[in-house]
Design a protein around this ligand. Structure first.
Ligand code: UD1
Ligand code: UDP
Length: 378
């Protein structure tokens, strides 16, 4: 029986690995173990709870205000013991976090085969997103198998010299998660009630009210860019008193402190705690549009037909820009305000950006990944 170890540590990795856990568990030919680094703690646990995932190993490394040296060395050290305990044939990592980088390095040191989910995303600017662009390029160098979400990402890997047979286009597993979660919410009245209760305990959701949903956490935006972004949001709030701005704030103190200072006391700005996944996608569905620097949200929003203004100068996800759902606005307050006003007042512009598109997948990515791994001969 093949032994596969899945390793993840942050909220987005957990969301994107959750349907893969389910797909592996349905396969009797694979012995699956799950290791969480807990690079995130509360935000990871929210996802584990919702998808009912109990890790076999938990490195529990998170500490408040951790830096990259701490995360990298703690994981590298901790994962060594896991690899020695569970002698995996294949380790699977996801995306571009420090969990991904450290685990990939550990698998390489132990000469264990490595598979990379969400491979081939690139800006080719190692300063943006930082440090993620370097993390994913290094992971690609170390990985044996590359699960690319789109043809575009496969092309990049082939251009970098990967063998065609080791690169498979699967779609992004985030769409599997999204469909799975939407299905659970729609078909389980208890969960739907919980989701509504969860949102309403922090924000009084009123049907048909215009909502701008905001998230932001990227390291490149720390400092001046975030100050500019928050000032832009303040202006949008004061120019549109009938619109609510709802912002589930990432737990990073580099975000929490400035956001509370600038947006803390505004009547129509709601700074709330991070929502669990089903509550967040429910709110996303109720929102008019989204302003974010998140990668995952750029992938989910087109499937829901929600326009997104992206608070980044570059994106490794050009597909959603091409289909027209996503626009890059960076941290320029003028652009953020102007583009937001267009989406609030210009129905033609709004309709152009709010068509449902699925450039990132059809919900069957995990099946493709598991079938490919089943066929592998080690
Ligand atoms: C990390 C990833 C980033 C990913 C993001 C998703 C790296 C280098 N960065 O960035 O690629 O997009 O996760 O959100 O891997 N915190 C808590 N509780 C939590 C989570 C975070 O308190 O559950 C606070 C802690 O103070 C922690 C800080 O947030 O020190 C930063 O967490 P960290 O994982 O270092 O960076 P992120 O900005 O979350
Ligand atoms: N998300 C969530 N609760 C929130 C905000 C976001 O569950 O309060 C989900 C969102 O739907 C997406 C993922 O978290 O799937 C994105 O995570 P994040 O923005 O932290 O990281 P990134 O995608 O930028 O790496």
């Amino acid at each position: 029986m093949k032994k596969v170890l899945l390793v993840f540590g942050t909220r987005p990795e957990a969301i994107k690995m959750a349907p893969l856990v389910k797909a592996f568990k349905e396969n009797i030919n694979i012995d699956l173990k799950i290791c969480v680094t807990a690079q995130h703690r509360e935000m990871l646990d929210q996802v584990l709870d919702f998808f009912d995932i109990i890790p076999d190993y938990d490195l529990n490394i998170m500490k408040k205000g951790q830096d990259l040296f701490y995360i990298t060395s703690k994981i590298l050290d901790g994962i060594k013991n896991v690899l020695e305990d569970f002698k995996a044939d294949l380790v699977l990592v996801h995306g571009d976090t420090t969990t991904t980088l450290s685990t990939s390095l550990a698998a390489f040191y132990k000469k264990i085969k490595l598979g990379h989910i969400e491979a081939g995303l690139r800006t080719y600017n190692i300063d943006s997103p930082w440090p993620e662009e370097a993390n994913r390029q290094i992971t690609s160098v170390l990985a044996n198998y590359h699960f690319a979400p789109t043809i575009n990402s496969k092309k990049k890997l082939i251009k970098e010299g990967k063998d065609e047979q080791d690169v498979i286009v699967t779609g992004n597993t985030v769409i599997d998660s999204l469909f799975l979660a939407l299905d659970i919410i729609e078909n389980n009245s208890l969960i739907k009630k919980e989701v509504l209760g969860n949102i309403k305990s922090q924000y009084n959701l009123i049907e048909n009210k215009k909502i701008i949903l905001v998230t932001g956490h990227r390291r490149e935006n720390f400092g001046i860019p975030f100050l500019n972004i928050f000032k832009a949001l303040k202006k949008i709030a004061s120019d549109n008193p009938d619109v609510d701005i709802v912002y589930p704030v990432h737990l990073n103190p580099n975000v929490q402190t400035p956001v509370k200072e600038i947006l803390g006391n505004i009547k129509n700005v709601f700074l709330i705690d991070p929502l669990n996944y089903p509550s967040f996608i429910f709110l996303m569905n109720k929102s008019t549009f989204i302003i974010t620097d998140s990668g995952g949200i750029q992938e989910e929003a087109p499937s829901l037909g929600k326009p997104v203004l992206v608070l980044r100068e570059t994106t490794e996800r050009p597909e959603a820009v091409q289909v027209g759902t996503v626009k890059l606005v960076g941290s320029d307050p003028k652009k953020i305000v102007t583009e937001s006003q267009k989406l609030l007042n210009d129905s033609l512009e709004y309709n152009k950006m709010s068509k449902i598109n699925n450039p990132y997948g059809d919900g069957y990515s995990c099946k493709r990944i598991v079938s490919f791994i089943e066929e592998l001969k080690f």
